[in-house]
Design a protein around this ligand. Structure first.
Ligand code: NDP
Ligand code: ZN
Length: 374
C-alpha cells in the first residue's frame, strides 16, 4: 500500500541535551513506511523517567544519536507509552486494522526472525529498535510519541481492552510491561510468592499493583516514609523506609522470591542488605537504569549464604503486554495517573516535575487531538 498520509508528523523535539526540559514543536519526516508498519494517530502518551536520561543524554558518551544520522530528523522527539488509533497499515499487516485503538511501548521493531523473536523474547533481539532515540538499519533515528503520529512495526502495537481508558493504558505500555515481565517470570510456580519492590515511582507503584494481581505478598521499599500511605492504598502488605529503618533486613531474612529494583539511581541503594533477604537461589532483578557511570556496589560475600542471583530485565514481549492488559481489565487495577495537556509548556511541566520526583505516580500527556487538530 502506498501511503500518502501523513507525509510529515509533528512533535516536541530537542536538538541539544542542555535544552532537555524545553522540547519545541517541530515537523519531521517519519521513517520509511514498510509492509509491516502501522501509523498511529496519538491520543495520549505517558512520561517515563527513561526519557529524562535520553533527553539529558545521560546513558551515552556520544552526542545525541539523531545528530549523527545521515537520514531523518536532526532533532529528537521522545515518548514511548503511546495510545492511539491506527490510521494506516502496510500491505502485510495482519495484527491490527485501521480504526483500532492500540498501545505502543518502548520497542518499535525487531528482526522477527531470530530465536529470541520466535521465543517471546523479542525485546532482547539484537536488532531491536526502540520507539525513540534508536537507529534503524537504514540510519533513521526513531521518533517517539510526544507527537501527532508514530510509525511502528505491527508486532509492537497491542490491542487494548475497551474497559480501560487510554490515560491508564499509556503507563502500562512501558512502565507496566517492564515490571510485569520479571515479576511473572520470577514468581511462576511459587506457592506463596513474596515480592519486594524498591523505588515507589512510576514503575514501582505499578509493580505493587501487578504483584498483588498475580497473587503475591508485596513489601514496598522506599527511601522515606513519605509514600507509606499511598503504597498501602496501592496494595502493599508492608512498607519499609530504608533511609529511616537501618535494621530492616534482620526482620526479613529468607523472605523474598523476587526483589525488583525500580529505583532510577543506585546512590541510596543498600544492595548487600537486599540480597541477604532473598530465599535460596532467588532473584534480585533491576529494571532501574541509572546514568552511565552509576555502578552496583556489592560484595559476593554478603549473599553467599543464599546463593542469590543478580539480574536485569528489559521491557517485555508482545505476549506479556497482552497478558498485562488482560490482567488490568480483569482485576480492575489502574496506574495512578496525573494528566497534563500536551503543549510546549505541558511537556516542560511534566519533564521538570518528574525530574524532581513531584508526581503521583505517572504523568500521561493528553489532549493530542485538540492540540494537533487530528
Ligand atoms: P520515577 O522517577 O518515577 O521513579 C524512580 C524512583 O526511584 C523514585 O520514585 C524513588 O523512589 C527512587 N529513587 C530516586 N532517586 C533515588 C536515589 N538517588 N537512590 C535510590 N532510589 C532513588 O522513574 P520511573 O519509574 O519512570 O523509572 C525508573 C527506572 O526504570 C529509570 O531508571 C528508568 O530509566 C528505568 N526503566 C527501565 C526500563 C527497562 O526496560 N529496564 C523501562 C522503563 C524504565 P522512592 O522515593 O520510593 O525511594
Ligand atoms: Zn519507559
Amino acid at each position: 500500500m502506498t501511503v500518502d498520509y501523513p507525509k510529515e508528523f509533528q512533535g516536541f523535539a530537542i536538538n541539544d541535551p542542555k535544552d532537555w526540559d524545553h522540547p519545541k514543536l517541530t515537523k519531521f519526516e517519519p521513517k520509511k513506511f514498510d509492509a509491516h508498519d502501522v501509523d498511529i494517530e496519538v491520543e495520549c502518551c505517558g512520561i517515563c523517567a527513561s526519557e529524562l536520561f535520553s533527553l539529558k543524554n545521560e546513558w551515552s558518551s556520544e552526542p545525541l544519536l539523531c545528530l549523527s544520522s545521515a537520514y531523518g530528523p536532526k532533532s529528537q522527539v521522545v515518548g514511548h507509552e503511546v495510545v492511539g488509533k491506527v490510521v494506516a497499515v502496510g500491505d502485510k499487516v495482519s495484527l491490527c486494522k485501521v480504526g483500532d485503538r492500540i498501545g505502543l511501548g518502548a520497542q518499535a521493531s525487531s528482526c522477527m526472525a531470530c530465536p529470541r523473536c520466535h521465543g517471546n523474547n523479542e525485546q532482547y533481539c539484537a536488532k531491536s529498535v526502540g520507539t525513540y532515540c534508536s537507529k534503524y538499519e537504514d540510519g533513521y533515528v526513531s521518533q517517539g510519541g510526544y507527537a501527532s503520529h508514530v510509525r511502528a512495526h505491527e508486532q509492537f502495537c497491542f490491542p487494548v481492552p475497551e474497559q480501560i481508558e487510554s490515560e491508564y493504558v499509556a503507563p502500562l505500555m512501558c512502565g507496566g510491561l517492564t515490571v510485569y515481565s520479571p515479576i511473572k517470570r520470577s514468581i511462576q510456580g511459587s506457592k506463596e510468592p513474596r515480592v519486594g519492590v524498591i523505588g515507589i515511582g512510576g514503575l514501582g507503584h505499578m509493580a505493587i499493583m501487578i504483584s498483588k494481581a498475580l497473587g503475591a505478598h508485596v513489601v514496598a521499599f522506599s527511601r522515606s516514609n513519605r509514600k507509606r500511605d499511598d503504597a498501602q492504598k496501592m496494595g502493599a502488605d508492608d512498607f519499609v523506609a530504608t533511609g529511616e529503618d537501618k535494621d530492616w533486613s534482620q526482620r526479613y531474612m529468607d523472605r523474598f522470591d523476587l526483589i525488583l529494583n525500580c529505583a532510577s539511581s543506585t546512590s541510596d541503594l543498600d544492595l548487600d542488605s537486599f540480597l541477604t533477604v532473598l530465599r535460596v537461589n532467588k532473584n534480585f532483578v533491576s529494571v532501574g537504569l541509572p546514568e552511565k557511570d552509576d555502578r552496583f556496589n556489592l560484595s559476593p560475600l554478603t549473599f553467599m549464604g543464599n546463593g542469590a542471583t543478580v539480574g536485569v530485565s528489559k521491557l517485555g514481549s508482545r505476549e506479556e503486554a497482552i497478558e498485562l492488559l488482560d490482567l488490568a481489565a480483569k482485576h480492575g487495577f489502574r496506574p495512578w495517573v496525573e494528566t497534563i495537556k500536551i503543549s510546549e509548556s505541558g511537556v516542560h511541566e511534566g519533564l521538570t516535575r518528574l525530574d524532581k520526583g513531584d508526581v503521583r505516580y505517572r504523568f500521561t500527556l493528553v489532549g493530542f487531538h485538540e492540540f494537533f487538530g487530528t
